[in-house]
Design a binder for this molecule. Structure first.
Ligand SMILES: Cc1cc2nc3c(=O)[nH]c(=O)nc-3n(C[C@H](O)[C@H](O)[C@H](O)COP(=O)(O)OP(=O)(O)OC[C@H]3O[C@@H](n4cnc5c(N)ncnc54)[C@H](O)[C@@H]3O)c2cc1C
Length: 340
């Protein structure tokens, strides 16, 4: 590839980068997406998308399974929340990535895979395929973002998720909050079409990855789910939000810390932030209503997480009260969604 200048360069072909690329290319902008992996899509992720996200960001043909019933439990309580609509659906990240990449390419974006961005200068990026210059740069490069480091923004609050994919589609979607074992986090069963993600999530400063894995194994044994011989997958989730616009450089999705610290939900925040950033780049007077809504939910989730993380008893009280409030329908399940 010869050296070229692009209106916008996007680093990362995850949901944040591809949604931004499609929206910019659709407005006639010359866009380059650099992705370090050879294949777009696959990512350590349980693939759960809440109802508001399904309505606003995910096409129906990508939905693997839909769950109008949510089974939520703790060590003290258990409830089945029943909705009119599927409260959570599951998708396959490989299929989502391929679909989004096609949509971006059809709109006119250039996507290069196996292209690792190693350095960023004032108006250029350096990769294993050469140097490219930009007017605008979008960091959509996930939880360990190079663009974020280039901007000098620290990440002090990270979540960690660990999961196994068992090769069968279990019947029910399950969330288990148990502060004794998972502190402010939880463990899950998220069935997709032909497999099921079983895993656990917690804020890294509230529980070590080693204890998170141990607690997950204890719970899986209790549920009689056998993961022997299966490969565990783990990755970080960034919810340390410190802004998204820095002159001609933008941060989207996990790079901006837009995932929920409470639930780890990050797919829809990534898509919405990518689209909103594209709008702002094209029209600086655009008012980012959807991003602002996301940011106010993000703030609420972070406040609750901070309060629960103060001590064990406070955590137990908050988690059990949350479950009781859901059970008694004092709050709807959608209160936990990032894009509601
Ligand atoms: C175990 C686990 C389970 C999860 N389950 C859910 C769930 O059920 N629902 C949900 O909503 N969220 C879930 N998440 C969170 C979700 O996966 C992320 O929030 C989401 O993927 C963020 O999207 P993104 O586009 O910002 O980043 P990513 O999806 O991480 O994409 C970033 C891309 O940038 C590329 N990249 C990085 N650095 C460079 C570089 N230097 N050069 C070139 N390319 C680069 C990467 O290869 C990657 O493709 C889960 C996370 C984990 C770890």
């Amino acid at each position: 590839m010869k050296k070229q200048t692009f209106h916008t360069i996007i680093i990362g072909a995850g949901p944040a980068g591809l949604s931004c690329a499609r929206a910019l290319a659709a407005q006639g902008k010359k866009v380059l997406v650099c992705e370090r992996n050879r294949t777009i899509g696959p990512k350590t992720c349980a693939g759960g998308v809440t109802w508001a996200g399904i309505r606003s960001a995910i096409p129906e043909q990508l939905i693997e399974r839909q769950f109008p019933v949510q089974n939520v439990s703790s060590s003290l309580q258990k409830t089945r929340l029943i909705g009119q609509e599927p409260m959570v659906s599951t998708i396959n990240r490989g299929r989502l990535g391929q679909w989004m990449a096609k949509a971006a390419a059809v709109a006119g974006a250039e996507i290069v895979t196996h292209t690792l961005v190693t350095k960023i200068d004032k108006a250029a990026i350096h990769t294993n395929r050469g140097t490219f210059t930009f007017d605008f740069l979008v960091g959509a490069d996930g939880a360990n973002s190079l663009v974020r480091r280039h901007l000098g923004l620290p990440v002090e609050n990270m979540g960690i998720g660990i999961q196994y994919h068992i090769p069968t589609s279990l019947p029910d979607m399950v969330w288990h909050l148990d502060p004794g074992h998972f502190n402010t986090g939880y463990c899950w069963i998220f069935p997709q079409a032909r497999r099921t993600s079983v895993g656990a999530y917690c804020c890294r400063s509230h529980l070590s990855p080693r204890l998170l894995k141990k607690s997950l194994h204890t719970w899986l044994e209790h549920k009689k789910i056998n993961v022997q011989g299966l490969r565990p997958e783990a990755a970080t989730i960034n919810f340390d939000y410190r802004g998204w616009r820095f002159n001609n450089i933008f941060l989207a999705g996990d790079a901006a810390g837009l995932a929920s610290g409470l639930t780890g939900e990050g797919i829809v925040p990534a898509i919405i932030s990518g689209e909103e950033i594209a709008e702002i780049i094209v029209n600086p007077h655009h008012h980012p209503h959807r991003l602002n809504r996301l940011l106010s939910n993000h703030k609420r989730h972070s406040r609750l997480l901070r309060a629960a993380g103060k001590n064990r008893w406070g955590c137990r009280l908050i988690m059990e009260s949350l479950l009781l409030a859901l059970k008694l329908k004092l709050i709807p399940f959608s209160a936990l969604e990032m894009a509601n």
